[in-house]
Design a protein around this ligand. Structure first.
Ligand code: GRF
Length: 208
């Protein structure tokens, strides 16, 4: 059984999707802990109700990013993860933290990377006149929202979309591709070659 630790900052709907599919589909894995950098992260309540260990490491309690990252790593390592997942985790992690979990940390980003790294992705996609938007699951590297792409989902931008309607459409797709990517990892179906990730059985890494 592979051990998964999930970092969240808010609602935690991606975390929920992963927990549910992990249990429902009998993956060779368990979500060992959910850790938030805010005590009011709503997802903590849901996770605790499932009997998952929850921890808060409040970034405001530390004098520097280095100190926060060190405390976070300690909280993560207490659960001996094989895989660390960022799921709506809104803190930038320093290079030593990223290095510590190299090749075993994934993130979901609400754009079709490498377009629109950073914040406000839906607003920026609308402003740029994009006809297609989406989400990306990738391994985390020291460069923000960069790193080997495991899976992407593309959704249409519809006439009349605003930030909220586009975000909702993308989020639905996130709930499909993030659990899928994690399942592949825990089943050892992924091979990483530089920035390229291949599924060993050739499964499609694109959802449209
Ligand atoms: C998602 O859109 C994720 O891609 C982004 O933040 C949002 C988090 O949503 N990084 P949730 O907390 O998983 O519901």
């Amino acid at each position: 059984m592979k051990r998964i630790v999930i970092l969240i900052s808010g609602r935690g709907s991606n975390m929920e999707a992963i927990v549910q599919r992990c249990a429902g589909e009998g993956w060779p894995a368990q979500v060992a802990a959910v850790i938030a950098n805010r005590a009011d992260a709503a997802g903590l309540v849901w996770a605790a109700r499932q009997g998952i260990a929850t921890t808060v490491v409040d970034h405001k309690a530390y004098p520097s990013r280095e100190a926060f990252d060190a405390a976070l790593a300690e909280a993560v390592d207490a659960h001996r993860p094989d895989l660390l997942l960022l799921a709506g985790f809104m803190r930038v992690l320093g290079a030593p933290f990223v290095q510590r979990y190299a090749s075993r940390m994934m993130n979901i980003h609400p754009s079709l990377l490498p377009a629109f790294p950073g914040l406000h992705t839906h607003r920026r996609a609308l402003e740029a006149g994009c006809q297609v938007a989406g989400a990306t699951v990738h391994f985390v590297t020291a460069e923000l929202d960069h790193g080997p792409i495991v899976m992407q989902a593309a959704v249409p931008v519809r006439p009349g979309d605003d930030e909220a309607s586009l975000a909702a459409r993308v989020l639905q797709a996130e709930h499909v591709i993030y659990p899928q990517a994690v399942r592949w990892f825990v089943e050892d179906r992924l091979e990483v070659d530089g920035l390229r990730v291949r599924h060993l059985d050739g499964a499609s890494q694109l959802l449209i």
